[in-house]
Design a protein around this ligand. Structure first.
Ligand code: GLY
Length: 302
């Protein structure tokens, strides 16, 4: 069974940004789906799909990511191959255009799982991943957003996230390939005006990303601090294992736990080991798309 599901953030996406989000997730889906159709692995499909969203300034990942309190981009990403629960992740990188590719490199070619900051960039250089200038990751929209916030003291709580419609455009993908191997990945610029060095859920295996061929795969988006508290991705995997493999039920229960225990908000995409999907979110909108071998055409919604 070939199957792929994508997310491009869960928040109060303004009407004027709906179309760019729809196009962005559909584009990622098309790239990932073609990779699977051409015989590529689930890991290839997830990497390629996420790279396209990192390159798309619509999303808070790669180019166009939110700036931290110092006006700098700091990127996080993770990837997990469900065949042997191998995984790799990077956090707080400033000079990498496609952190998902670096996360894959960590998974494939290092003895470690999570590399951060200078060490991650050193590893990138050693493995022929080109470093960019930190400013190459900053676009005009994010520079203006950041400038508008300076001097404000009311932008630090989760309530301000809702009231000010703070964006949560983390991206992610989960895929199953022709060998029924499952991979999940997630990439983000984190939260707007975050404290330098802040790490959210996305690069933490079990929080932002999880994949296990025996059960399925999960990627999350939303308020990372709450996601970490409930170990969101692995919680949803465990719920699905316990419920006999029902992805939608597991996704909904996961979001209910996020809300009840951590007062959190966000969204989750789920794929079970039969290539079936689950999606749940408790934000006004979530950018999402999916396709599998039994569908005639892709689905996308915001
Ligand atoms: N969910 C992404 C973050 O909080 O960094």
């Amino acid at each position: 069974m070939l199957s792929i599901i994508i997310h491009g953030g869960a928040w109060d996406i303004p009407d004027g940004d709906v179309e760019s989000h729809r196009q962005g997730v559909l584009n990622a889906l098309t790239i990932g789906w073609k990779t699977l159709i051409d015989g590529g692995s689930a890991v290839d499909a997830v990497e390629q799909a996420i790279r396209s969203m990192e390159d798309d300034e619509t999303f808070d990942a790669g180019y166009g990511s939110h700036l931290n309190q110092l006006g700098e981009v700091e990127l996080d990403a993770s990837i997990m191959d469900g065949k042997k629960i191998r995984c790799g992740a990077v956090a707080v990188v400033h000079a990498i255009k496609n952190p998902i590719t670096l996360a894959r490199k960590v998974m494939d070619e290092s003895e470690h799982i999570l590399l951060v900051g200078e060490g991650a960039e050193r590893f990138a250089a050693e493995h022929k991943i080109k470093l960019c200038k930190p400013d190459d990751l900053i676009n005009k929209r994010e520079r203006e957003r950041w400038e508008a916030l300076q001097g404000r003291k009311d932008f630090k709580t989760k309530d301000s996230f809702h009231k000010q419609k703070r964006s949560s455009d983390t991206v992610g993908a989960v895929a199953m390939d022709k060998n029924n191997n499952i991979c999940a990945g997630t990439s983000t610029g984190g939260t707007l005006n975050k404290y330098p060095g802040r790490v959210g859920d996305s690069p933490l295996i079990g929080c932002g990303t999880y994949a296990d061929n025996e059960v399925g795969g999960v990627s999350t988006t939303g308020w990372g601090e709450a996601m970490i508290k409930v170990v969101m991705a692995k919680t949803v995997i465990d719920l699905m294992e316990a419920n006999g493999g029902k992805p939608q039920e597991a996704a909904e229960k996961g979001i209910e736990i996020l809300r009840r225990k951590a007062d959190g908000f966000g969204g989750v995409i789920v794929l079970n080991n039969q290539g079936q999907f689950g999606i749940s979110f408790n934000t006004p909108r979530m950018a999402r798309a999916y396709m599998n071998s039994v569908m005639n055409e892709p689905f996308a919604a915001i």
